[in-house]
Design a protein around this ligand. Sequence first.
Ligand code: ADP
Ligand code: MG
Length: 370
Amino acid sequence: LSHVYKDIKRGRHFKVLVNPFGGQGHAKRMWETVAEPIFKAAECTFDLTYTTHRYHAKEIARDLNIRLFDAVVSVSGDGVLHEVINGLMERPDAIIAHKLPVGAIPAGSGNALSYSLLGEDHGGHVTNAVLGIIKGRAMPVDLCSVTQGQGRYFSFVLQSFGLVADVDLGTEDMRWMGEARFTVAAIGKLMSQKSYPCELSYIPVETNVDKIRAEYNYKRQQSVVWADQTYDELDQSHPTIVDRFGGVNTPLNKSDGWITESDDVITAVGAKLPWISKGMLLNPASSPNDGLVDLIVFPKGTGRISGMNIMIGTETGEHIYHDKVRYMKVKAFRLTPKNTSGYISMDGEHTPYTPYQVEAHRGLISVLSI
Ligand code: ADP
Ligand code: MG
């Protein structure tokens, strides 16, 4: 039968990256026992690499012959995709390469993209993710540009400072727990009520949480949250990949509408995806191509009881209505740490503890999903 139907099937050709170190180290087994058989049954072909070191995925994306592949697929967490996207954006032909679709098979401990595409109940399932990759469509998704030090790189999930960064990066010794490590660590950190001195500047678009939610509900009803635009439609108005609000080393331009605050925070997180890990719907109104960053701030001094309520609220997204939590849509933000050491996490990857500025670029990457 498969012979008869051959002509109407078009098996895609993928570059597949499996990170044997991702999550609890099960990525190789997940690929071999679940994903690979489905790819083969669907007559997809692939070129497979097991990543052997940090930045390996980035090196591969930088040198990849993009004409040969329909997409790059990561079998790991968000970190490998972060590297792939940065590799594509570093190329001299980035303006073409950024359109190469990426696909995520959840096999890491932080699988934000997969949860955000498939939802809480299905985001962790390898088979669902594989179907999205072999049959799904490429959708345009925003990408954040980050300037830090003298450099510039890109982030597609979240940029975190304070508690969320500590939970993300300060828990490497808890990898054996799998995804649960984030929840367990977050409760511990909230109990300690540690706050972090910083200066936070942002260009607000909407700071009223009820208005943000109403706009989001309206978009959902119109089914435009994970938009139906194809890449070509969006491309008509495609912006250049130049930051409109300068970089971290240029003075803030007052006419852009910057607001600056210098109170300590428990955490400040910029994000483009709603789920940041299993069971953590941190940014419930985030939209893949509104061209904005969702900025969430837990100010210092929430108290332990409120802290726990906020934490419980993150399971459903209800925490954004808590009176101690601030949730905003911004065009850009800049965060300057006021102490000397700590964690800053970009899509779950380590970066130096120095000031950074983030700005969203509309529909810059392309993501495969059902
Ligand atoms: P997780 O969600 O489990 O953290 P990620 O996809 O985020 O999984 O990957 C975590 C890190 O593993 C990334 O920084 C990536 O560069 C790194 N990495 C990739 N391959 C290897 C390897 N063979 N050994 C060690 N680290 C690796
Ligand atoms: Mg990671």
